[in-house]
Design a protein around this ligand. Structure first.
Ligand code: ADP
Ligand code: MG
Length: 366
């Protein structure tokens, strides 16, 4: 592909909509811009429109409305062989009748690259994924993990500027999946490849990505770096979908700037930060991460509201303690604490006061 025109907007979705049947929109007004070299993950439940977006970006499906541009040019105006997009899917899709080396050579032949250069590139691409010794084998003679490595190196062999991956590790066992997650991000970053990665696995998304776009119902609910997504969810869907989360239902009692008081349904008051709520009387679902709950009063702000909680269960997990509490009628309220020498182990049946910093407790849509 020619020299890039705009490194800040290498991939652009602008007001993209997609309908397969002319009635229901499976992608609704999608806006997304990727700078060159970014590793972006589309994360969301099954049916939320991730694969559809990837297929439109690859040029295999057309958008019903809106524009998708690659380096400033509409994707449907670039002939397929000039798109320079590498692709990896869950079911590898290696050609079974070809050897591994022939599989890798194929995308280079399509691009009319000469024999000696092909051999050199194939060798380099296989070495990159530590499969250099397997060029003469056929796909059926490799394990699932090895096949997926080959699929990855085949997607990279022609040095694409953009790689699209759709649940590429879904068929692998946990250990191999974690190893491959690490290999893929390392390769993408060291080669400076722009990557759009699709998964429904939130841990995978958080650990691999520069940014994660959380999909639900054909819309991006939030697009942010992993730490921001986890610590500052914009709405209840994102708070619930990413990581473990405690929620309590209530009504806004007071709002001043970035602090709010919420009256929980059992009457107690708590402090939180208003996010997508705006007025007194509005229903809200407050969200607090299990590791941000405090039962040591000295660590709370003076004047902070606290809540009465009953300890239901204490689980020793080695590095952390996981304690289940009853809070405002919710029996599944979880607190996680680090196993430090001075850490208190709460005893089931006892009562404690819990609290938090208002900024760690977010008042979201009910
Ligand atoms: N080729 C197709 N024809 C008709 N409907 C489709 C097609 N592909 C996907 N869909 C529908 O579009 C929606 C989004 O699907 P998809 O993009 O595959 O979601 P995801 O990858 O997030 O699971 C789903 O409701 C799915 O049934
Ligand atoms: Mg999919």
């Amino acid at each position: 592909m020619a020299e890039s025109k705009n490194n800040d907007a290498f991939v652009e979705f602008e007001r993209v909509q997609k309908s397969y049947d002319g009635e229901t929109l499976v992608v609704k007004d999608l806006n997304l811009t990727l700078p060159k070299g970014e590793f972006l993950t589309m994360l969301g439940p099954s049916g939320s429109g991730k694969t559809t977006c990837l297929m439109m970006l690859a040029g295999f499906e057309t958008a019903t409305h809106g524009d998708i541009r690659l380096d400033g040019v509409g994707i449907n105006n670039i002939p397929p062989h000039k798109r320079g997009i590498g692709m990896v899917f869950q079911n590898y899709a290696l050609f079974p009748h070809m050897t591994i080396a022939e599989n890798l050579s194929f995308p280079l032949e399509v691009r009319k690259i000469g024999k000696s250069e092909r051999e050199e590139k194939v060798k380099r691409a296989l070495d990159m994924v530590e499969m250099g010794d397997f060029g003469g084998r056929r796909p059926a003679q490799l394990s699932g993990g090895q096949q997926q490595r080959v699929a990855l190196s085949r997607a990279l062999v022609f040095e694409p500027e953009l790689v699209l991956m759709d649940e590429p590790l879904g068929a692998l066992d946990k250990q191999l999946r974690e190893k491959m997650q690490f290999e893929i991000t390392n390769l993408a970053h060291s080669l400076g490849i722009t990557t759009v990665y699709v998964t429904h696995d939130q841990t995978e998304a958080l650990t691999m990505s520069d940014r994660v776009a959380v999909f639900d119902d054909g819309r991006i609910q939030q697009c942010a770096p992993p730490d921001q997504l986890y610590e500052e969810p914009d709405n209840s869907f994102v708070a619930q979908f990413i990581g473990e989360n405690n929620t309590l239902l209530g009504t806004i009692k007071e709002i001043k700037g970035d602090q709010a008081v919420v009256q929980l349904d059992d009457g107690e008051l708590i402090d939180c930060k208003p996010i997508n709520v705006s007025k007194v009387g509005e229903r809200t679902r407050v969200s607090i991460r299990p590791e941000r709950v405090e039962f040591n009063k000295e660590r709370l702000q003076p004047g902070a509201h606290t809540l009465k909680a009953e300890v239901l269960e204490f689980i020793y997990m080695g590095d952390i303690f996981r304690t289940r509490l009853r809070v405002a009628g919710n029996d599944e309220f979880i607190v996680k604490t680090r196993n430090a020498p001075d850490q208190v182990r709460l005893t089931p049946g006892t009562q404690v006061d819990i609290g938090w910093l208002p900024r760690d407790c977010r008042a979201l849509d009910a």
